[in-house]
Ligand binder design. Structure first.
Ligand SMILES: O=C1O[C@H](COP(=O)(O)O)[C@@H](O)[C@H](O)[C@H]1O
Length: 314
């Protein structure tokens, strides 16, 4: 296993920091890891793992504006335990029917909240070969730049799981923000056409299996910021922003119709600094400005993962 991981790291670190404009990373690369794949145990075992089920102390709450399932955990640690179980259970369920499990990551604190997937039982049981990883938003910087959402996910998550490198769909960082957004959308369209990503019921947008969304203290999700015109985008799948109020200014982002076409959305929010935006979204308040997080209303299931701090104003 260790040797396989090393060869995986070595190959990933040799990946060019950019690819040619017409070859986004949507064409899966041949992975040396695939050849060295260990046999994974059935994930079904995880559902019966009472150690994890009973460990977290969680309250499920009905809020005045309750959309979806709202879960509040005693601590971020317990939130992370439950998020790992939720993700692993979905992977298990979806993998029974399909060869790919499409997961969309956010940047920021979300990645740290995935850490329990790196521990037993999940690290050995999840069918990582089925994972296809995308980003709901990305900063338009080189992949080795400290602001890169790819780099964050690589360092803290992707480099620690046995995922084939060709299943990781990063943006083309050689392009302008607009070019990178168009290129990423082309990549998604190709993957929908080849049925690696499912299509929404009306075939208009891609339907990802699991969208893991973080939220900023201002109520932004992805790179859709309060009051910004991009929040209104109805046609494009991927859009770009050059004046992000949060640095760095140039980013790409999935649009709300794509986010809302997902089969499952997990909104993962921890910390008292985000309590006001959580209250705007779920509390008994009618604010004149609708925050982007309030517009998350997927066709599929929405599950909130809040810690006590984030839920403190509810
Ligand atoms: O800039 C971004 O911020 C949000 C929230 O980040 P957090 O660190 O407050 O959780 C993140 O979801 C998004 O992907 C990222 O680009």
């Amino acid at each position: 296993m260790a040797a396989a991981f090393q060869s995986f790291y070595a190959t990933l670190s040799k990946l060019p920091s950019s690819s040619s404009p017409r070859s986004p990373h949507c064409v899966p690369l041949t992975s040396p890891f695939l050849a060295a794949k260990p046999q994974f145990r059935s994930i079904g075992l995880i559902s019966g793992n009472l150690r994890y089920r009973t460990k977290a102390s969680m309250a499920e709450i009905v809020t005045p504006k309750s959309k979806g399932k709202v879960q509040v955990f005693e601590s971020e640690e317990e939130l992370a335990v439950s998020l790992a179980m939720h993700t692993a259970d979905l992977c298990s369920e979806i993998s029974k029917e399909r060869d790919s499990f499409t997961v969309v990551l956010s940047g920021g604190s979300l990645v740290k909240s995935l850490r329990k997937l790196l521990e037993p039982p999940y690290i050995d049981s999840v069918d990582w070969l089925k994972w296809r990883v995308f980003w709901v938003d990305e900063r338009v910087v080189p992949k080795d730049h400290p602001d890169s959402n790819y780099l964050l996910a690589y360092n803290d998550f992707l480099s620690k799981i046995p995922i084939p490198i060709g299943n990781v769909y990063a943006i083309n960082d050689a392009l302008s923000a607009e070019g990178a957004a168009d290129d990423y959308e082309t990549c998604l369209r190709h993957l929908v056409k080849t049925k690696i990503i499912e299509s929404s019921e009306d075939n208009t947008f891609p339907k990802f299996d699991l969208m893991l969304l973080g939220m900023g203290p201002d109520g932004h999700i992805a790179s859709l910021f309060p009051g910004h015109p991009l929040v209104q985008e109805k046609e494009k799948w991927v859009t770009s922003i050059k004046d992000s109020p949060k640095p760095p200014p140039e980013r790409i982002s999935f649009t709300l119709p794509v986010i809302n076409s997902s089969a499952h959305v997990a909104l993962v929010v921890a910390g008292a600094g985000k309590a006001s935006a959580v209250y705007s979204a779920l509390g008994d308040v009618s604010n004149s400005e609708v925050l982007p997080v309030q517009l998350v209303a997927p066709q599929g299931e929405l599950t909130w993962f809040l810690d006590k701090g984030a839920a403190s104003k509810l």
